[in-house]
Design a protein around this ligand. Structure first.
Ligand code: COA
Length: 435
């Protein structure tokens, strides 16, 4: 331990001092959410603003801190973001042309990184060093291991509020090039307000889920409402991309015990965790949660090994074919694919598995139907017509898998908002889908 402590103190620097090492043209990597390094990034950005440095790129995903290079185009050409997901934190920059976006299935990101990118530095937030000289990568495994493999330098931001994940990635002090300490509160997701419509949809999905199923829940009000509606179930398991608040609730109330899983029995498996402090407290020193790399966790061939796998995700709109857009409103990009397709496929390959794509029937105060004859011009197809399974709104469930175009169209019109059903029927007849 003495030797580790000495290494630690030799590598300890202030973020400002570390920023003096930054060079023009560097490509920097970070992973997602609470694993990002706000103090290092702020110091790097200040350095860039006050120097001739230029051409720096920062690869990120699911950004939760207010980075200046994503907030405005003032630093364009000097330091720019490159997003692997394009969520709220980077959306404005991606749509404004001063940040770039890399399309991907989330499960492929480690391979894409290993095959296409080299990083001058990988920056990651970690929990304090343990007595063996290891830092826990705490909340996120995701593609971190791939960035570590491809990084010339590793800079860690040690935060005593980071949980220690016993069954997750670890970095040894001998592997890291610099250590910055920053004991801030971890970022949290504002609690989702569950309205009547989300609760109705959550209940409809919960009715379809058998005791003993293994679940994945995506981001947003409807997956959360479904989680809450599952509290009366028994022997559920969790194999998911993102570990969320409603999952902690299900574990605490005993609905989830992971006892019926075919793989990782008795364990909750995820590739990252993000939500409230309750989540971070749950992870801390907990041997029953495994935070593992996304190329394993999100691999459909792994997901499907658990029987009765159920995936629940959100969307922007769906057309008569059942093509699901979850990433853009027309040409305006609002998200990446994330793991939606990984879980749709994994669930459908699983014995007894099912996937649900759920959304409220309308957008913009009831003025737009999310069920449409065709996707909006420029909209991105996330889940294809060949992969789609169940579509859910507050009016019911359309079971599309294995169904013809006419059957799909009829079922989708039946769960569209009543105000739009005539118009949708008219369009279906005009296109020769229905008579
Ligand atoms: N037409 C026009 N606007 C629409 C729309 C439609 N059909 N559907 C949604 N919108 C608008 C909403 O009004 C909202 O606008 P605002 O931000 O100005 O209020 C915005 O698009 C987001 O819609 P919302 O319903 O609030 O979606 P959400 O925040 O619950 O997120 C996804 C939905 C689809 C973007 C999100 O689930 C996602 O990122 N999916 C892809 C990745 C994924 O599924 N990962 C799963 C594993 S975690």
């Amino acid at each position: 331990m003495e030797n580790f402590k000495q290494l630690y103190s030799e590598k300890l620097v202030s973020a400002e001092k570390l920023a003096e090492r930054l060079e023009s043209g560097w490509v920097i990597g970070m992973d997602n959410a609470a694993s990002q390094t706000p103090a290092i990034m702020e110091a790097f950005t200040e350095k860039v603003k006050n120097s001739d440095l230029k051409g720096i790129k920062v690869h990120t995903m699911l950004d939760v801190y207010p980075y200046e290079f994503y907030a405005s185009n003032a630093l364009d050409g000097k330091i720019n973001g490159v997003s692997w997901f394009s969520s709220a934190g980077s959306r404005k920059a991606v749509n404004g042309g001063y940040a770039d976006f890399i399309p991907n299935y989330y499960r492929d990101t480690p391979k894409l990184i290993r095959e296409n990118y080299d990083y001058d530095a990988f920056c990651v937030a970690v929990s304090p060093m343990d007595s063996h000289g290891y830092f826990s990568l705490a909340t996120t495994a995701s593609y971190s291991e791939a960035m570590i493999d491809k990084a010339r330098r590793i800079f860690v931001e040690v935060n005593e509020n980071q949980p220690r994940c016993l069954c997750g990635l670890q970095l040894h002090v001998s592997q890291v090039d610099a250590i910055v300490e920053n004991n801030i509160e971890l970022p949290v997701l504002p609690p989702v307000k569950l309205d009547d419509v989300s609760i109705t949809i959550g209940n409809l999905i919960a009715e379809q889920i058998r005791d003993g199923s293994c679940i994945q829940l995506g981001i947003g009000a409807i997956p959360d409402a479904t989680g809450m509606a599952l509290k009366s179930k028994h022997d559920l398991g969790i194999h998911t991309e993102m570990f969320t608040d409603s999952m902690v609730e299900l574990l605490n109330c005993g609905a989830v015990n992971n006892s019926k899983k075919q793989i990782h029995r008795g364990k909750t498996v995820t590739t990252f965790a993000f939500g409230s402090k309750r989540i971070y407290d749950y992870i801390n020193d907990n041997p029953s949660i495994e935070i593992l790399p996304v190329d394993y966790v999100n691999d459909p061939d792994v997901i499907c090994k658990n029987d009765n796998m159920v995936s629940i995700n959100a969307a922007i709109e769906v057309d008569f074919w059942g093509q699901v857009c979850s990433e853009s409103v027309g040409t305006k990009q609002i998200s990446g694919s994330g793991g939606q397709i990984d879980y749709v496929r994994g669930a459908c390959q699983s014995k007894g598995g099912q996937s649900f794509i759920a959304f409220t029937s309308t957008a913009k105060n009831g003025t737009i139907s999310k069920i449409r004859p065709s996707l909006a011009t420029g909209a991105v197809c996330t889940t294809s017509k060949n992969d789609v399974d169940n579509i859910v709104t507050e009016y019911g469930i359309a079971k599309l898998r294995g169904r013809s175009l006419a059957e799909r169209t009829k079922q989708l019109i039946a769960i569209a908002h009543p105000d739009f059903r005539d118009e949708l029927r008219f369009e279906a007849k005009k296109r020769g889908i229905l008579v």
